[in-house]
Design a protein around this ligand. Structure first.
Ligand code: AGP
Length: 612
């Protein structure tokens, strides 16, 4: 996610801003910038693409920029490539309004059209520039009341935002507003600070103020006021921070992985909101036209690791809903198997990093054969994003832990949307079914949250099984795909030997490995396959296996077989992966923690495998 800092006081602002931004680097970014003003003078805006070091060099570590009031930003691109032009701060004409933003303005196109009709022009590809000019528009109508100007502007915005804003005729003041994106204020000894997160200001103060959703703040030297959207002042309650800086970077979680597991409701919500407009799927942002969808007669998913497991789910869901043939292949195999592609094939490459060498090579192989390509990617401006003919971005934000969780869940959401669009175009589902499925999709974030709120039981179970040597995951259809991801999560962070098997395949050899106490996860979320998988679980149990059942709430019959049962909330069978995977992620996490392992950076692994 982007990082925001702000300062107004008696010291030089630039070094404080750069120091604060360096404390937010863990949030992931691709460019950075600051705006600093000296009393009534216009702000000086300096931006740089790449690492913070570039900005530090451009400003001589802040020494060559004078002023005691300023804002800064590290950008994680969501709209518009990483570039100096797209970097924040963004400004309106005449530097009337200068601001930075963390979040996603979903209705940015609509706002831009409205502003263009009022004579505004735009220099960047960002939703932020549009938001800042929307504030400018309202400020020109309310020059004596910045709070009202901000309230009127954000009232017209849909999505999430945390803004830090300076107004030309308000020297030494900073204004802030938030909805769903984090923003905190700090104050000490005549200095006032703001930041996306505690680490950025912990060096200066432990007294912070959390801005609530829908509140607007005015920061002055050593002072701060909070207002509601009706411009009424509200009380600001101070909070003393007890965390150290390292814990603060993880939002109070012990590991990035746990923080990211808990960011999944937001990652899924943001990704769904980017492809669902007014209750309909809208892939236009990815450039996927109805013509491409109609002309596609075969889809070929190519990916690695967890992204490949998403492809397995996508195959099941797309073939069942849209009745179009779907092939899936590991990228490392695809690039050497002389794949048979036709002009009617759509090759979809899924990649969180957008830099996985095998997946990039597979994309290039597909392009060399002249077929349509779609990248489902989390990192804006990454190689796969840039080289794909079409790109559908997941909005999971930067993922720091090597073991993917929130990006995986966001990729699932993107694939569900693709499946529904193909089914709608091909009329293989009724409009009623189409809208019902979209409605079910939109309940995913809250249902994921429900599972996350009941994790202590999993923690207890994991502590009992921290010393297992082997584990098996079995399932059929979508449940087999879930098994693959659960197995990978367990082995990659806890180093337990783990295998996933199509439940019906176990008896063709591998069941010989089952002995007393062998841990076997039976994934049973597909109603039409309950009996079949339950009988496989019974086969395993009769050979001494210890059975963990993962199933839909209400399928209590499973308790005749499973020794420990995990229930997931009700959801359409096509989307159960998004819920069943959560307890499996948590189980792997807790077992790894119980073994005292490096959860975020497991041995031998890299976050992005950029070599063959
Ligand atoms: C999953 O937890 C692993 N980190 C790994 O399997 C990963 O999914 C794979 O390397 C693909 O990475 P990508 O999505 O960045 O292409």
């Amino acid at each position: 996610m982007c990082g925001i800092v702000g300062y107004t006081g008696n010291k030089q602002a630039a070094p404080i801003l750069l120091e604060g931004l360096s404390r937010l680097e863990y949030r992931g970014y691709d460019s950075a910038g600051i705006a600093v003003r000296n009393k009534e003078e216009d702000p000086v805006v300096i931006k740089a693409k790449g690492r913070l070091k570039v900005l530090q060099e451009k400003t001589n570590n802040g020494e060559s920029v004078f002023g005691t009031c300023g804002i800064g930003h590290t950008r994680w691109a969501t709209h518009g490539e990483p570039s100096e032009t797209n970097a924040h701060p963004h400004v309106s004409d005449g530097l009337n309004v200068v601001g930075v933003h963390n979040g996603i303005i979903e209705n940015y196109r609509e706002l831009r059209e409205r502003l263009e009709k009022r004579g505004y022009t735009f220099y960047s590809e960002t939703d932020t520039e549009i938001a800042i000019k929307a504030v400018d528009y309202h400020y020109r109508k309310n020059p004596d009341n910045p709070i009202r100007a901000i309230a009127h502007a954000v009232n017209q915005m849909r999505g999430s935002y945390a803004f830090a804003i300076m107004f030309k005729n308000r020297p030494e003041e900073i204004y802030a507003a938030r909805k769903d994106s984090p923003l905190i204020l700090g104050r000490k000894d005549g200095e006032t600070y703001l930041a996306s997160d505690v680490p950025a200001i912990l060096k200066y103060t432990r007294t912070v103020y959390y801005i609530e959703n829908g509140q607007i703040a005015r920061l002055t030297k050593g002072g701060l006021q909070l207002f509601n959207m009706d411009q009424e002042e509200v009380k600001a309650e101070p909070v003393e921070i007890k965390w150290d800086a390292d814990a603060a970077e993880k939002g109070g979680y012990e590991h990035f992985m746990m923080k990211e597991i808990h960011e999944q409701p937001k990652a899924v919500r943001d990704t769904l909101h980017s492809v669902i407009k007014d209750g309909e799927i809208d892939l236009s942002a990815a450039g996927i036209t109805e013509e491409i969808l109609r002309n596609t007669e075969e889809i070929y998913f190519v990916a690695c690791g967890s992204a490949y497991h998403v492809s397995m789910v996508a195959k099941n869901v797309i073939e069942d809903l849209a009745r179009i043939p779907v092939k899936i292949e590991l990228a490392s195999e695809f690039r050497y198997c002389r794949p048979i592609l036709t002009p009617k094939t759509l090759v979809v490459v899924i990649s969180q990093s957008g830099e996985t060498a095998d997946s990039l090579a597979a994309l290039r192989e597909a392009k060399a054969q002249g077929v349509h390509t779609l990248g489902i990617v989390n990192v804006v401006g990454s190689s796969i994003a840039r080289e794909s003919e079409h790109t559908l971005y997941t909005l999971a934000g930067p993922e720091i832990a090597v073991a993917t969780t929130k990006a995986y869940s966001a990729q699932l959401a993107a694939c569900y949307a693709l499946a529904l669009e193909f089914a709608r175009i091909r009329e293989t589902i009724t409009p009623e079914k189409y809208h019902a499925l979209i409605g079910d999709l939109e309940t995913l974030p809250e249902k994921i949250q429900t599972i996350l709120e009941d994790k202590e039981r999993l923690q207890w179970f994991a502590a009992q099984y921290a010393n297992i040597q082997d584990a098996f995951f079995i399932g059929r259809g979508i449940d087999y795909a879930i098994s693959m991801e659960g197995s990978l999560k367990l082995k990659e962070i806890s180093y337990v030997h783990s295998e996933a098997y199509a439940a019906g395949e176990l008896k063709h050899g591998t069941i010989s490995l089952i002995e007393k106490g062998t841990l076997v996860f039976g994934i049973v979320t597909q109603q039409h396959l309950y009996e079949k998988t339950l009988s496989n679980m019974t086969e395993v149990k009769s050979r001494g296996g210890y059975i963990v059942g993962v199933t839909n709430y209400g399928n209590f019959k499973i308790e005749e077989t499973s020794d420990f049962t995990i229930y997931i909330p009700p959801i359409d069978a096509h989307f159960t992966t998004s819920l069943a995977v959560i307890p499996l992620q948590l189980m792997a996490y807790y077992i790894s923690v119980s073994k005292g392992l490096d959860v975020d950076k497991p041995r031998n692994l890299a976050k992005s495998v950029t070599v063959e």
